[in-house]
Design a protein around this ligand. Structure first.
Ligand code: HEC
Ligand code: HEC
Length: 371
């Protein structure tokens, strides 16, 4: 079968971009793919040398099974991210092997987090805060409530509804790009100008940090830094392309509603007016309410941003067929296992799924693998 050239693929830009925006997308993708080295500011401690190292499947900007480690101490019900000891994110590599971070003995919570796909992030960013806030229920329905993650956006300095990351810890693509440059690669930038010290050891940091901060500098040709360019790339990434529904998948759509998955996995939200036509007043079929839910035993035990230890952002389900394994730590090899892993506010829906006849479970899975 030959491919219809009009049929979008994973990793394509948004449709209908101007020439200037197409160039911003390509330039940003180049930076997203290009590795940093010690001279350009890599580390001293880091988790990867480029964004694409963890965001690559099935195309640049996608996901990967690579996980990063979060740690902290839960004492009398209060979570301490152990910032003075290098928490809550561990950097697993270093430019000098003897300074690689370890999980300190003070930590009694350790969690893995999987690399998420970045397709369609500009559409997600363009959803107005008010639209996400409108998803919050006044009283629990089948045990489902949900809460918006109100955080301070480092870019604007204002209170915004967080929507990116497993904990909805960032509200904007630019803020997440800046956060990732510092915390995954060790590149300081105008939003995060201070280098991470290995397990909090500032004396070691002083020996190793030889590049002046901020390490992310303006490219005279474009007037943009790498953080800006990579944010452009992610903002202009097209959404995952859905598949036509097979007869079984079409039946699975009804099962999805019947067992109340849509209470959290909202099929569609709309973007507001936007300067970029491809992002303006568009449907976003992300299958998430972008709220935090108390997931009980599935929660990762880490408090971050507005999210408590058991709260997780409803994972968007678009592009699911390309992002296995599933759940925040990749514990679920299959969609079936991911559904069975739901707990807390997701328990009633999961319990309903478990009692369905196998044929209906299969229809639901066929549906989810078409999104
Ligand atoms: C070592 C692997 C690794 C590297 C390198 C990495 N990331 Fe990530 N990325 C992750 C993980 C893990 C998450 C989920 C983080 C979380 O929520 O705790 C993530 C999440 C994200 C998100 C949030 C997407 C969403 O689902 O809402 C963005 C945006 C992002 N990364 C951008 C970048 C950029 C830009 C770079 C390069 C500067 C980068 N990442 C480098 C592992 C990585
Ligand atoms: C209470 C809200 C809620 C309900 C109801 C719910 N989910 Fe989820 N779902 C979540 C959250 C939150 C996550 C992310 C949890 C994590 O990984 O820690 C998630 C994750 C998933 C994932 C894994 C996604 C990934 O990228 O790893 C799948 C698949 C999924 N849900 C399917 C379903 C299906 C099917 C139903 C109905 C049977 C359902 N969910 C009901 C909140 C919910």
């Amino acid at each position: 079968m030959t491919r219809n050239p009009l049929q979008p693929r994973f990793g394509d830009p948004l449709p209908g971009l101007s020439q200037a925006l197409m160039k911003a997308w390509t330039d940003g993708r180049d930076d997203f793919e290009s590795p940093e080295d010690v001279a350009s500011g890599l580390g001293p401690i880091f988790n990867g040398v480029s964004c694409v190292a963890c965001h690559n499947g099935p195309a640049t900007g996608g996901s990967s099974p690579t996980t990063v480690t979060r740690f902290g101490a839960l004492i009398n019900g209060i979570f301490d991210p152990l910032i003075g000891l290098g928490g809550s994110l561990r950097q697993a590599f270093a430019i000098r092997p003897d300074v690689v971070e370890v999980v300190p003995p003070q930590a009694n919570v350790v969690a893995q987090r999987q690399s998420t796909p970045l397709f369609g992030l500009g559409l997600m960013e363009a959803i107005p805060d008010a639209t996400i806030l409108a998803n919050v229920k006044i009283a629990p329905v089948n045990g489902v409530l949900g809460r918006a993650a109100i955080i301070t956006d480092v870019v604007s300095g204002t209170q915004r509804v967080g929507r990116f990351g497993w904990k909805a810890q960032q509200a904007t693509v630019l803020a997440f790009a800046a956060d990732a440059y510092l915390n995954e690669i060790g590149i300081t930038n105008r939003f995060f100008p201070t280098e991470n010290a290995p397990n909090g050891n500032t004396a070691l940091l002083a020996q190793l940090d030889t590049v002046a901060d901020p390490e992310d500098t303006v490219d005279p040709a474009t007037g943009k830094t790498d953080v800006d360019k990579v944010a452009d790339f992610m903002t202009l990434e097209g959404p995952p392309p859905p598949l036509p529904l097979s007869p079984s998948a079409a039946l699975g759509r009804n099962v999805f509603n019947q067992v109340n998955c849509q209470q959290c996995h909202t099929p569609v939200m709309f973007t507001g007016p936007n300067a970029i036509p491809a992002l303006s007043s568009k449907p976003v079929n992300l299958w998430s309410d972008l709220l935090l839910h108390d997931m009980g035993s599935l929660g990762d035990g880490i408090a971050q941003g507005a999210a408590g230890t058991h709260e997780m952002r409803t994972a968007p389900l678009w592009g699911l067929r390309a992002s296995a394994p599933y759940l925040h730590d990749g514990r679920a090899a299959t969609v079936d296992a991911a559904i069975r892993g739901h707990d807390g506010e997701g328990k009633s829906s999961r319990d309903h799924y478990v009692t369905l006849p196998p044929a209906q479970q299969q229809q639901l899975i066929d549906f989810l693998l078409s999104l």
